[in-house]
Design a protein around this ligand. Structure first.
Ligand code: M6R
Length: 345
């Protein structure tokens, strides 16, 4: 039930930090399963990460972390599984909140038939995807009623941060602060995102730009606002925006920058580029600030460890979409044309 909340989406965003905490403690208890997972990824010649929609965006963070560490990791959009032929030397990670997404299930079966080792990360027990997997891992976000994935996304990100740190032989102590980082981000951005959401609800189109781990977050921000507020949005790597997309930018065109704290100088240049075209820029920074002046459109989230930045950036992108939907009178829980679980090809 709604338990006093005006929508499931808001309730579920508010549940996201508890969901991440439960996901991390749950996974850390499954020592044997985690060790098997690490071994299966380490021995693989290639690591293929397969998912759709929001789960794909979460997976991309994992792919980038592994690529940076020298792993041969590739992200594949589930419905485009035909573009890749896997074999018995590959380990495939299928990520799906529901565990029932037809595109992801078809990709899984095909790669399994090729002899690849299959790991899944789903949010429900006894789903089809986990039943076909060699190792079934779970997030512990609890049921998600809103069609827009929110707490399940944040939980996937938490789980994948844990896995990537284990693979990179990093201490996972920093993840103890995941819960408070997400909760603090939520409280810090709630007023700001209401203003942005309402401004964006009046615009036909916008860009979400980021760099590095900010790119999958930008993709997720753009997906969310399209999905529930019906505002056209595109995500780009910030540097790539000057190779075409910038042509659309004119007076007042909204551009949201997601700064995960890694490439502040480059992002600063991209912000300036957009501002010189009179774009309306918004900057959401995790950790370190971009602007040198007192840019009133930059909000800086506290992150005690840079690896927590993607988690800190989850509440603002979800809340912006939520408030844009509200402002437009759209029901964020039940967007048109969309099902919670897409069981058709
Ligand atoms: O259940 P899954 O994670 O496999 O679902 C994949 C997508 O259909 C899903 O993430 C979709 O993009 C969401 N509605 C986005 O909010």
């Amino acid at each position: 039930s709604l338990q006093g909340y005006e929508s499931f989406m808001m309730k579920e965003i508010r549940e996201s930090w508890g969901a991440v905490r439960d996901t991390l403690t749950g996974l850390l208890k499954e020592n044997e399963l985690l060790n098997k997972t690490i071994k299966a990824i380490e021995r693989a010649k290639r690591v293929i990460i397969v998912a759709a929609g929001t789960s794909y965006n979460a997976g991309l963070l994992f792919t980038i972390r592994l690529q940076r560490a020298g792993f041969n990791a590739i992200s594949v959009i589930a419905s485009e599984h035909n573009n890749l032929r896997t074999n018995q030397d590959d380990t495939v990670l299928v990520i799906s909140q529901s565990g029932e997404t037809m595109d992801s299930l078809i990709a899984l079966k095909k790669y399994k038939n090729n002899g690849s080792f299959i790991i899944s990360l789903t949010n429900t027990l006894g789903n089809s995807i986990s039943s076909y997997s060699d190792i079934a891992l779970h997030t512990r976000a609890g049921p998600e009623i809103g069609v827009a994935a929110t707490k399940t996304f944040t939980s996937q990100v938490g789980a994948l941060m844990l896995l990537s740190s284990l693979l990179l032989n990093e201490s996972v102590d920093y993840l103890k602060e995941a819960e408070s980082v997400i909760a603090n981000s939520f409280s810090k951005v709630i007023g700001y995102t209401k203003i942005i959401g309402s401004e964006l609800s009046k615009k036909p189109s916008l860009y979400y730009l980021g760099k590095g781990l900010g790119v999958p977050l930008a993709m997720e921000g753009a997906l969310k606002i399209k999905e529930i507020a019906y505002v056209h949005a595109e995500a780009y790597p910030a540097g790539e925006s000057k190779h075409g997309p910038i042509a659309l930018v004119e007076n007042g065109f909204p551009v949201i920058f997601l700064n995960n704290g890694e490439f502040t100088d480059e992002l600063y240049n991209n912000v300036m580029e957009m501002e010189s075209r009179h774009a309306k820029t918004y900057v959401i920074s995790a950790g370190s600030k971009i602007s040198t002046n007192n840019n009133q459109n930059e909000i800086v989230l506290d992150v005690p460890d840079p690896r927590l930045s993607p988690l800190a950036l989850a509440p603002p992108i979800q809340l912006i979409a939520y408030y844009a939907a509200k402002e437009r009178g759209a029901n964020p829980d039940r967007p048109r044309n969309l099902a919670k679980t897409v069981t058709v090809r």
